[in-house]
Structures are given as structure tokens and as C-alpha cells.
Write a protein that binds this ligand. Structure first.
Ligand SMILES: Cc1cc2nc3c(=O)[nH]c(=O)nc-3n(C[C@H](O)[C@H](O)[C@H](O)COP(=O)(O)OP(=O)(O)OC[C@H]3O[C@@H](n4cnc5c(N)ncnc54)[C@H](O)[C@@H]3O)c2cc1C
Length: 300
């Protein structure tokens, strides 16, 4: 083992997972090994880790549930911190505070069960609260930033700062000015609602997802952002690309906006298929689709 990682290993013990593969961790079930995967169980451990990596010039990144990323087959150098053990959710009056690693659907479910409206349509998004805030995830016309009040961030020195929504520029699946910051937690301000009605809405949304999306296969959700005035899935379908394959990566026949892993797709297969779809849609419809999913590592 590389000398520089000894200190991390000693500090994190069983929360240090060297050589763990992206194929086991990400929802695409594809990609190579993380040089060092760490699951800090306390925010001071995360602060220590972030500062240690900065001091020692070790590449550092944070991941939630790995449901919006494609990791290269060559793997990822440096340290990847996964927030899964920082997952507390607290509720007080009309406010919910979620730690970054809380599963987003747990946050949505808890809000509904407590008769609080504002997040019910985001039910079923399979990421974490940190990942959802990072890219302003959303569904069925509701976005995470609609109900967001503020979120706590930590920089590479361990300095913690609360950012209020009013001071942040955000839009459709993007939040500006937070690159390099770790999101520690987020506070949502919700409205009192009718529990039964909210539960019906949540169940309607979950049923629609199961009906329309290929949830029976590994994927990372919609590959491309919605282009202005249209839908990526409609354009891909109109270009006749449903069922197009590279290796075991396939444009879903159920939902053309998804690329699914039929079993043994590599990240290179998925990446090549993304490029093919983009080129075909550009050629046939003149629209340059912008990826929603994030490519991590080397794809050249
Ligand atoms: C079946 C399926 C359906 C989906 N449906 C939707 C949908 O309806 N709407 C939608 O918006 N998305 C959807 N997605 C995509 C994905 O679930 C969301 O983008 C989700 O918010 C990603 O969260 P994550 O924790 O998995 O992030 P990851 O994939 O782990 O990370 C994504 C990015 O967020 C950053 N990040 C994660 N946590 C933190 C943190 N604590 N601090 C700083 N940065 C962080 C990472 O560095 C990375 O750059 C779907 C995915 C799947 C597989």
C-alpha cells in the first residue's frame, strides 16, 4: 500500500475500503476500482480526511449513492469519501434537516409521513440528500431547491459555512459556485399538508416511475438533460435509437432517456453508447444533448 495512505487506513480502520470497485458501488454497476474508498462516520473525520488530502496533494472527491455518475474502467486515483454513514434526518415543526448521506427517498417519505408538503413529487430519486442538493435534482415539476432553505458546506481546510438559498445561483439540474465544497447537510422548509393526500401523491409518483422507467436494470437515470422545449427521451426515440447497444449497454426500450446495463456492460460500453446517441440525435434532429450524468476518471 502506498505510504501516504497508511495514516488514513489507521484512522478509518474498517471504514477504509481500498480497491473497492465502482461496479459494486455505483447504480450503473460498471467501472473500475477506487484507489481508496472511505466512509467517514463523523463529520470531524470527514474534515480531517479532506484536510489530509489537501495537505498531501491527494486527489479527493465525495460521492453519495453513485446514482448520477459513470466511473471510468480505469478506476479513480486518490480518495473517494462516501457519505453513507452521515445520514441523520431531524424534523422540527415545518422544517427537515438531513445530513448529506441520508437517502433522498427517506427524506421525501419522512416529510410525507409527517404531513409536510413540498418534496412528495421527488419520491423515488435514488440518491442522497447531498447529491440531490449538489445538482438540484427534481422530478414531476418539483425541484430540491424549491423547498431548500440552506445547506452547510465544508471546504478543503475543514471550514464549515452555511449557504442560504437566496445567496446561491441555481437552475435546472445545476447549482453554481459549489464545486470543491462538501455538502454536509441541508435544511428544508415545508408546508403543512394533508397526510393522506401527500401519501397518495407519493405513491402515484412511485408507481409512475415503476411503470415508465427500467428500474429492473442498473442505470443512472436520465443520461441527458431536457433540452429547451423538448425531452431527450422523445428525441432519442424519434431517432430510432431504442434498443441500440454497445456490448451490454443498451438504450432502454422502456424509456429511451435511460441507458441500462444488461449485465456485463463496462463503463467504456456505456460511454461509447452515450456518444453514439448524442451524435445520432445531433445528426437527425440538430439538437446537441447535454449529459446530465457526470463522468469521473479517464475516458480517452
Ligand atoms: C433509476 C434512477 C432514477 C433517477 N431519477 C432521477 C430523477 O427523477 N431526477 C433527478 O434529478 N435525478 C434522478 N436520478 C439521478 C440521481 O439519482 C440524482 O442525480 C441524485 O441526486 C444523485 O445523488 P447521489 O447521492 O447518488 O450522487 P452521486 O451520484 O454519488 O454524485 C453525483 C455528484 O454529486 C456530488 N455529491 C454527492 N454528494 C455530495 C456531497 N455531500 N457534497 C458535495 N458533492 C456531492 C458528487 O461529487 C458528484 O459530482 C435517477 C437515477 C436513477 C438510477
Amino acid at each position: 500500500m502506498c505510504e501516504k495512505y497508511k495514516e488514513i487506513k489507521e484512522r478509518f480502520g474498517q471504514n477504509w475500503l481500498p480497491g473497492y470497485s465502482a461496479a459494486a458501488f455505483t447504480t450503473y454497476r460498471a467501472g473500475g476500482p477506487f484507489e481508496a474508498l472511505v466512509t467517514p462516520a463523523a463529520r470531524y473525520d470527514l474534515a480531517w480526511l479532506r484536510a489530509f488530502c489537501a495537505r498531501n496533494d491527494i486527489p479527493f472527491r465525495v460521492l453519495g449513492a453513485g446514482s448520477n455518475v459513470l466511473v471510468s474502467d480505469k478506476g479513480l486515483k486518490g480518495v473517494t469519501a462516501v457519505t453513507s454513514k452521515l445520514d441523520k434526518v431531524r424534523i422540527s415543526g415545518h422544517t427537515i434537516e438531513a445530513e448529506a448521506g441520508a437517502l433522498w427517498d427517506d427524506v421525501a417519505r419522512i416529510s410525507v409521513e409527517n404531513s409536510l408538503g413540498g418534496l412528495e413529487k421527488t419520491s423515488g430519486i435514488p440518491g442522497t440528500a447531498g447529491g440531490a442538493v449538489f445538482m438540484n435534482a427534481g422530478a414531476f415539476g418539483q425541484e430540491i431547491f424549491d423547498a431548500l432553505e440552506s445547506f452547510e458546506t465544508m471546504d478543503s481546510t475543514g471550514y464549515v459555512k452555511t449557504l442560504r438559498k437566496a445567496g446561491v445561483k441555481y437552475g435546472y439540474r445545476k447549482v453554481e459556485g459549489i464545486e470543491g465544497l462538501i455538502i454536509l447537510s441541508a435544511v428544508f422548509n415545508l408546508q403543512a399538508g394533508d397526510r393522506k393526500g401527500l401519501l397518495i401523491e407519493r405513491n402515484r409518483v412511485l408507481a409512475q416511475r415503476a411503470e415508465k422507467q427500467p428500474l429492473e436494470y442498473p442505470s443512472a437515470g436520465s443520461v441527458f438533460k431536457r433540452p429547451p422545449g423538448d425531452f431527450a427521451a422523445r428525441l432519442i426515440d424519434a431517432a430510432g435509437l431504442k434498443g441500440l447497444r454497445v456490448g451490454d449497454a443498451e438504450v432502454s426500450r422502456k424509456h429511451a432517456g435511460f441507458i441500462i446495463n444488461l449485465g456485463n456492460a463496462t463503463a467504456s460500453d456505456i460511454y461509447a453508447l452515450m456518444q453514439n446517441v448524442r451524435a445520432e440525435v445531433k445528426d437527425k434532429a440538430g439538437v446537441d444533448l447535454e449529459p446530465e450524468q457526470l463522468l469521473l476518471g479517464d475516458f480517452e
